[in-house]
Design a protein around this ligand. Structure first.
Ligand SMILES: Nc1ncnc2c1ncn2[C@@H]1O[C@H](COP(=O)(O)OP(=O)(O)OP(=O)(O)O)[C@@H](O)[C@H]1O
Length: 270
């Protein structure tokens, strides 16, 4: 499947309102570097993520995609640089200010990370228990709505062991959406899925971005997914220890700025 048919939030619009929308960055990253001990993973990484877009972090194995995601959601401190999320300086924010901003970020990890002893409904209710004072009936209603949004309305009572890998990813997305975060981070959503299931998940991500206006930051190295869902992307590279490309994935595919990008798109498209 290619992404050309999907509506794209920032293309083909003009005028002052569109310019304002284009300018609205929900994430700003500047001069970011990360080293583990003496091992420099990347440096001088900078980009903006705009409201409502699907932004993809791509690159080969070991280039630091997942680490960058962890920096963005505050799980690791960067070695240097600045991260602003929804107008808040993430590195300066402490205490309640930090908790408040983290509450606005939904995360789905590669494995889905569902609790095996709980039903899907109970899994999705967890963040509502932890972060809201909603009574149980309301929490359950919200969780059922989220499961419905990802196509799992009929699977609410099932345990994670009783569902497919694709359903587990969907349930992970439903849980990440429990608190209606304006930004959703997905770590390798297609990992371990067959191409048809993966394409269905890509469609779900596009639908949620379009229908809810949620901003997605997706880490992946799956070329079909990148082309299907990505409005814009950055590419990290292990050898270059940093960013080697930024832009619309289709443009990078058709007009690669360097050999590494060309190789990435041609190798994986083959
Ligand atoms: N907690 C850590 N401590 C030390 N080194 C780490 C840590 N996390 C990551 N690294 C280093 O960073 C490298 C990149 O890891 P990361 O998971 O960010 O890459 P990736 O691009 O997401 O790779 P993949 O696509 O294979 O998941 C690892 O190979 C490892 O050397």
């Amino acid at each position: 499947m290619d992404g050309e048919a999907h509506p794209r939030p920032h293309d083909e619009v003009s005028g002052p309102a569109a310019a304002a929308t284009r300018a609205e960055a929900v994430i700003r990253v500047e001069g970011l570097s990360k080293r583990f001990g003496t091992n420099l993973l990347f440096q001088d990484v900078g980009f903006e993520v705009r409201r409502g877009e699907v932004f993809v972090i791509l690159g080969g194995s070991g280039c630091g995609k997942s680490t960058l995601l962890k920096l963005l959601i505050g799980l690791h401190p960067p070695s240097s640089g600045a991260i602003e999320i929804l107008g808040t300086d993430m590195l300066a924010a402490e205490g309640e200010a930090r908790r408040e901003i983290l509450r606005h970020l939904g995360v789905m990890w590669q494995s889905g990370a569902l609790f095996g002893s709980m039903t899907l409904l109970e899994n999705v209710m967890l963040p509502l228990e932890a972060h809201t004072r909603l009574p149980r009936a309301a929490r359950e209603t919200v969780a059922r709505v989220k499961l419905g949004m990802v196509g799992l309305a009929d699977a609410a009572g099932r345990l994670p062991a009783e569902i497919s890998g694709g359903m587990a990813k969907r349930a992970g997305i439903a849980r990440a959406m429990a608190l209606d975060p304006p930004i959703l981070f997905l770590d390798e959503p297609s990992a371990g899925l067959d191409p048809i299931t993966s394409a269905g998940l890509d469609q779900l991500i596009r639908d949620l971005a379009r229908d809810l206006g949620t901003t997605f930051v997706v880490v992946t190295h799956e070329l079909q997914s990148i082309l299907a869902i990505g409005d814009r992307c950055i590419m990290l590279d292990k050898q270059a220890k940093g960013m080697i490309a930024e832009g619309d994935p289709r443009s990078l595919r058709d007009d690669p700025p360097n050999d590494t990008v060309r190789h990435f798109f041609r190798r994986e498209a083959a």
